[in-house]
Design a protein around this ligand. Structure first.
Ligand SMILES: O=c1ccn([C@H]2C[C@H](O)[C@@H](CO)O2)c(=O)[nH]1
Ligand SMILES: [Zn+2]
Length: 136
């Protein structure tokens, strides 16, 4: 699947956004190495901090379906500028594949592409703390 097609799925997913507080809709589409597709939208809450971003909605949906090998994620929003994943989403994405492509679109359908590692250098990962029994 090419970048433009994945971004089109993210644009469709954006239509499902539940964003009554910010009125800022975000959509994401995630492609796995096996060719499976998962989408997500932002889901806000009256208790604002409980909001889940579109990117994490897509990732959690994939993981819940048993898929963890991600090759690309497209994200777009109502913004004129490119939609850059927040820090929390970058951390969640990089856990699964630092080399995955992140396609970031704007409301005009333009986009730029980077890797997860480009977006989050020097990231925290499991090897940093290792196994509890080896830490004594
Ligand atoms: O990468 C991002 C950044 C923000 N949001 C959502 C969270 C909130 O609902 C709204 C405004 O921050 O946008 C996302 O879904 N993804
Ligand atoms: Zn986020």
């Amino acid at each position: 699947m090419d970048d433009r097609s994945l971004l089109a799925l993210a644009e469709q997913a954006k239509e499902k956004a539940y964003a009554p507080y910010s009125q800022f809709r975000v959509g994401a589409a995630l492609l796995t190495e096996e060719g499976k597709l998962f989408t997500g939208c932002n889901v806000e809450n009256a208790s604002y901090s409980l909001t889940n971003c579109a990117e994490r909605t897509a990732v959690f949906s994939a993981v819940a379906a048993g898929c963890r090998n991600f090759s690309a994620l497209a994200v777009t929003s109502d913004a004129q500028t490119y939609t850059y994943p927040c820090g929390a989403c970058r951390q969640v994405l990089i856990e699964f594949n630092p080399d995955m492509k992140i396609i970031m679109g704007n409301i005009n359908g333009e986009f730029i592409v980077r890797t997860a590692a480009d977006l989050l250098p020097l990231y925290f990962h499991g090897d940093t703390f290792g196994k509890p029994e080896e830490r004594k």
